[in-house]
Design a protein around this ligand. Structure first.
Ligand SMILES: [Fe+2]
Ligand SMILES: [Fe+2]
Length: 302
């Protein structure tokens, strides 16, 4: 049986790459002050650039065809953090080879497009979007070989002490159409969303508010894979859909210094190919930072 070419892509999430070391007090209005204090007392000791660099260097040796980053590149979404993250993105790969979606930390408070996501525009936008710097419309669609990457935006400025996400009916309607269109094109469909996609997957204050409708759409329209982040935990679940089992997979923060196995800095490697029968074959490997060896090792293959 002749098999089509294998496509390899990686998933990393929640790198929280930026530093707040030069932040001025005048920038810390409203909820940002809480986020800054959290970074100052905890997060800067937990999210380590040295560990993130190890993961990215290891990922480059794999030479993936594409890289997916599912949000939370910043801490409190300041303009300078978007610049820092843009610089980091350029070290990961080109916009052609790297797809990014927003996380809730990018929208800690409401910000103008030009001082925030415009700086990542080329990594966020759909294939068919124009080069102008207008806000990206979601869902995005990027097709690479036989893979459709469908990006959702669940980030919005939630109230203090909340880290909820929401998609809204317009975006969910767009997702349904995009899933149908890419199914008809016989593509392997990867849905990317920052928040856990199904009700009950995280605590109330971190939930996706319209997860119930997202679940219904995924069950009706099916997909090949859902990638998400936000929980800073490696997890694997399955959802029964009209067209078969749908894996829902998250991975821990890519800069995490946690000693707990499911929270250790990791990324996943996926390989997809289509058999002549039309069925898809998907494999997944988890690569994780091992502090004792000070290197990234394969922990699990599925
Ligand atoms: Fe995060
Ligand atoms: Fe998050």
């Amino acid at each position: 049986m002749i098999q089509q070419q294998t496509f390899c892509f990686t998933h990393l999430t929640d790198p929280h790459v930026s530093s707040l070391v030069n932040v001025e007090l005048s920038q810390l209005l409203n909820k940002r002050l809480l986020g800054y204090l959290s970074w100052r007392t905890k997060r800067r000791f937990y999210h380590l650039p040295s560990i993130l660099n190890k993961l990215v260097d290891d990922m480059k040796t794999i030479k993936p065809d594409h890289v997916v980053i599912s949000g939370d590149l910043t801490h409190i979404g300041l303009p300078d953090e978007f610049d820092q993250a843009a610089n980091w993105l350029s070290t990961v790969g080109t916009p052609e080879n790297v797809t990014v979606i927003p996380g809730n930390h990018e929208t800690y408070v409401g910000s103008g497009w030009q001082s925030s996501f415009a700086k990542w525009q080329a990594y966020l936008a759909s294939d068919d979007s124009s080069a102008t710097c207008s806000p990206v419309e979601y869902p995005t669609l990027r097709i690479r070989q036989q893979i459709a990457f469908i990006g959702l935006n669940s980030a919005y400025p939630s109230a203090p002490f909340l880290a909820t996400g929401k998609l809204g009916n317009q975006q969910l309607d767009g997702l349904q159409q995009s899933l149908e269109q890419t199914r008809q094109q016989n593509l392997f469909r990867v849905v990317i969303v920052h928040h856990p996609p199904i009700p009950g997957m995280t605590i109330w204050r971190k939930r996706l508010i319209d997860a119930k409708r997202l679940q219904q759409i995924l069950q009706q329209s099916g997909a090949g894979l859902v990638l998400y982040g936000h929980t800073h935990k490696t997890d694997y679940r399955e959802l029964d859909t009209a067209s078969g089992i749908l894996p829902l997979v998250s991975v821990s923060s890519a800069s995490s210094s946690s000693g707990i196995n499911i929270r250790r800095a990791s990324y996943t490697v996926y390989r997809v190919h289509q058999l002549e029968s039309g069925k898809w074959r998907l494999s997944k490997a988890l690569r994780q930072y091992d502090p004792e060896q000070n290197k990234v090792v394969e922990k699990h293959h599925w």
